[in-house]
Write a protein of this length. Sequence first.
Length: 455
Amino acid sequence: MLRRLHWKALLAIVVVLGLSIAALAVRTIDIGILGSSFQRGSDEVLGLRLGLDLAGGIQLIYQAGDENTKPTADEMEGLVRVITRRVDGLGVAEPSVQQLGEDRLLIQLPGIGDEAAAKELIGRTAKLEIMERVCLDALCDPADPASAEDRPSGLTGADMASAQPGTDNLTNQPLLLFTLNTSAARRFAEVTQRIYDTNTAAISNQLAFVLDGETLVSAGVRQPILSGSGQISGNFSTEDVRLLAIQVNSGRLPVPVTELSSSLVAPSLGARSLSEAIEAGLVGLVLVLLFMVTYYRLSGVVAALALVFYTALVLALFKLVPITLTLAGVAGFIMSLGMAVDANILIFERMKEELRTGRSLTFAADIGFNRAWTSIRDGNVSTLLIAGVLFFFGSSAANTAVTGFAVALSIGVVASMFTAILVSKRLLFIVMETALRNHPTLFSPERVVRAERGA
């Protein structure tokens, strides 16, 4: 029974290792799951997502609002969406726009070298326009001049009083409710009257809300809106309407942003840093493997195999989660390699003590794993607590180097506990079920006392 359990465990280890290697073997992953798409990977080494210090690019930190006005949570969400839409237009591979705290934004643009153009685009205040869309055919596509033409109505976000999600009283369907200022209500009535009057049985003109040149929503006018308050209905979900209201309000009440800091990393410097990081990781891995095999012999070989498993598993997790790997993150990963081996050293030293007293090899291994577990657990939990503190303060201070180090270290620590206690243990017991168990000196760096019968 025990042997069957060990071989089942070996099969599970091989499957996990195979899946990890397969995830790293292809640069990009695109799998359809239950109607949704699971996409991971990049064009970088092993398909990992690299930070600016490794890939090169621009990092910007902005303060939203000012001393007198603090942005609300909805205004910050709208600001993030506006800036995300802008940087997407730059053609940046995997840009990152994140909210830091209550009123700061962290923007990372890999592969971008024109810092001035990026700052001009991001720092521009959002502009909402209400357009009169004249449809020239049934498609009414504003991207095609032969299909539709947008004509300024003279109404902008400054003329909007509010925009909020709502529901139809009769159908209970989600819709967008909006109200204009009293001073703009008359002009809005003239625009909607003109659109309504020009509608035909075949073609209906539309009212369009355009933010930064991109249409948020457009709809036909079933009747003139004379009161200054209207609603837009369609095939909307509750979440669609909520996000639409946030985006309209981001143009109605634009939040000013002020640059706090910026940094530019040349692509060539990033490539050099990546090369040096890979070299450092490989050298560290090889040195650790040589030490373990040389000193702990067959036990060290088992630890070396577990370390190879650990390396593949952690890199696969970095890719699948996904984690943006920075130079500090690489340092955290390399440190976790040493911590993974440290757990095996604790186990093997306990084994050595038991063998020294004349215990059998299998008994010594079992006692070694059991008694070393509490030390491994307590040490790794302490490390995870420190990593949590680093992540909290790094996030608060918008320091991606600190947060990258904390995340990489945390994943490495959790994976190291898994490989040390489960993978190393199963592999070691499988080896001990072979004829090698008759030579306990192969498993310990010291001369082993022959176990007494029944020990």
